[in-house]
Design a protein. Structure first.
Lengths: 115, 213
């Protein structure tokens, strides 16, 4: 029952459907089911939103601290420094996203070229 | 989107074909789920084991959908529309929707999200296909910069998407706890950081409100 277990062309697609699509969308559907029963200004929704926000923030932090690909070979301090500089620029310019992103990238590239 | 550059390379290394990789991008959509799925394939796991691992990584989508649905629902919204649209929920479209919904009239939000979600999915399927065919030919500095685009973009837009002060507390807590939980419990890092950081932010919300009233 592994990915390569059956030679037929359709087997990898069945594998992806069951282990990928069903395993993922079941949670999205559960979310719709629950979300339909929650009022928009209920306190429970504040809690759910906090959990979802902290989750996404954890994804972001892990992308910076434990990145994949070419970013993995750059110094950790430089990545964190670039992210902090970018975020500070974003806040300083009245939440201009493009300024924040450009600053973060500039710090990273400057660091990579200088060292 | 840049994170998908890395995914295409990973899928290629795992021996998946171009069609399988693009199919997976459209049908699973959430990036961590796909990375776990490809990881299971690489490790030679059985179908039930792979499905279990992927579903653990996707539990995190449930609170995201629960937070989104009440904001785009009107009394006349059909249920199947919400179930269909929930497939588009992943970090990018969620952050974008939470940030932009305030400027979209309530009745138009399902339409807005359908356009946003389908555009993101189709664009990324194309990006994955292109990168899959030319993987590993970009200079290292350029690809490092590309990989930083995704977190930088999320970092700024997530801050802007907060509905209340507690949202900022939740974000700060998640940023700090994500790497900590990744080291402590790699399989449950996102759930662990999300639950503990989210509950902390919620407690903060309750305390502040009690003081205010």
């Amino acid at each position: 029952m592994t990915f390569g277990a059956i030679e037929a062309w359709w087997w990898p697609f069945v594998f992806i459907l069951v282990a990928g699509w069903i395993a993922t969308d079941i949670w999205r559907f559960a979310g719709v089911f629950l979300g339909e029963r929650i009022s928009e200004d209920s306190d429970l929704l504040v809690l759910v939103r906090c959990v979802a926000t902290a989750l996404v923030a954890a994804v972001i932090a892990n992308l910076i601290v434990f990145p994949g690909g070419a970013l993995a070979t750059t110094p950790l301090a430089l990545r964190i420094g670039a992210a902090i500089a970018g975020f500070a620029a974003y806040l300083a310019t009245g939440k201009k996203m493009i300024v924040g992103i450009a600053t973060g990238e500039a710090v990273l590239l400057a660091g990579l070229l200088l060292f | 989107m840049a994170a998908f550059v890395g995914f295409a390379g990973l899928a290629r290394d795992a021996g998946l074909t171009l069609v399988q990789t693009v199919f997976m991008t459209g049908i699973v959509w959430a990036l961590p789920a796909k990375v776990v799925l490809v990881g299971s394939i690489l490790a030679g796991n059985t179908l039930p084991a792979a499905a279990f691992a992927v579903s653990l990584s996707s539990v995190r989508l449930m609170p995201m959908v629960v937070a989104l649905v009440p904001e785009m629902r009107v009394p006349t919204t059909r249920k199947w529309v919400l179930y269909l649209l929930s497939h588009f929920v992943a970090v990018t479209s969620w952050v974008l929707a939470m940030e932009k919904f305030q400027h979209v009239p309530r009745k138009m939000r399902t339409t807005f999200y359908a356009g946003l979600g389908s555009t993101l999915v189709l664009t990324n399927m194309a990006v994955v296909a292109i990168v899959f065919t030319m993987a590993g030919r970009l200079p290292a500095t350029i690809s490092a910069a590309l990989f930083l685009l995704t977190p930088m973009y999320f970092l700024t837009s997530l801050w802007g998407s907060a509905r209340e002060r507690a949202g900022h507390v939740a974000m700060a807590a998640g940023l700090l706890l994500g790497p900590v939980f990744h080291l402590l419990t790699p399989e449950f890092d996102l759930l662990g950081a999300g639950l503990s950081g989210g509950i902390m932010a919620y407690v903060f919300h309750r305390i502040v409100r009690r003081r205010g009233t």
